[in-house]
Design a protein around this ligand. Structure first.
Ligand code: IPE
Ligand code: IPE
Ligand code: MG
Length: 229
């Protein structure tokens, strides 16, 4: 089984369109499937699950859609907070400062309340971009170099990873993208260097436990070489 699975929750808009519903109906169905998928990950014994919920590029969408997603976020966060009761550790990946003070404070509170949990790790990528993450890390390192806290020789891959949002989390083994698109759209750019990619035609709101199991089975049939033989 993969230790760390990343899921790009894509296809909400097309799911809604197919049903003649507004795109936001797709997002709200997608949020329900997110909640269920967390439980399926737990049942399958996955230790780390990262969900791509909102990218640094998603702000370009029409204002009405962004506003609707932001109001859905509050309900999402109620569900996420409840997960902490099941020994779930919750970590948000991304720049929290783009959210309202209330939301940013809630994100931090949820991380803190779950900080001692060590069952399933649920990482939620919100206002997350892989390039943004790497740039942010580079700037922090530059600052520490300037103030004499780190030398050039100390900057190796392990040290660099401590500056990423995923500090302390193992690299992603399997990335699942529903919706039929075959790209990773700025998700876990550093962490996915050797990830296995599984693209599926199902739209995210239709994603089922069977799909998750099928993706894990596909992963297990792959031969990972990490550059070796
Ligand atoms: C994913 O579904 C949700 C977010 C990116 C916030 P989309 O909204 O991208 O759905 P499609 O790709 O338009 O179908
Ligand atoms: C990726 O989906 C981001 C999330 C699912 C949060 P997008 O719908 O934004 O990706 P593109 O635009 O198809 O690459
Ligand atoms: Mg999309």
């Amino acid at each position: 089984m993969p230790l760390h699975v990343g899921i790009i929750m894509d296809g909400n808009g097309r799911w809604a369109k197919k049903r003649g519903l507004p795109r936001t109906a797709g997002h709200s169905q997608g949020a329900k499937v997110f909640k269920k998928t967390v439980e399926w990950c737990r049942e399958l014994g996955i230790k780390y699950a990262t969900f791509y919920a909102f990218s640094t590029e998603n702000w370009k969408r029409p204002k009405e859609e962004v506003d609707a997603i932001m109001s859905l976020l509050n309900k999402y966060l109620d569900d996420i907070r409840k997960m902490s009761q099941k020994n779930t550790r919750i970590i948000f990946l991304g720049d929290k400062s783009a959210f309202s003070d209330d939301v940013a404070a809630r994100l931090t509170e949820i991380e803190e309340v779950s900080a001692a949990n060590d069952g399933l790790y649920v990482l939620v990528a919100l206002n997350y971009g892989g390039r943004d993450e790497i740039l942010t890390a580079a700037k922090k390192i530059a600052q520490e170099y300037k103030s004499g806290k780190i030398s050039i020789d100390e900057i190796d891959e392990t040290a660099f990873e401590d500056y990423l949002y995923t500090k302390g989390i193992p690299p992603v083994d399997l990335i699942i993208r529903p919706s039929g698109e075959q790209r990773t759209s700025n998700f876990l750019v550093w962490q996915a260097a050797y990830a296995e990619l599984v693209f599926m035609d199902v739209l995210w709101p239709d994603f089922s436990k069977k799909d998750l199991t099928a993706a894990c089975e596909e992963f297990m049939s792959r031969n990972r070489r990490f550059g070796g033989v």
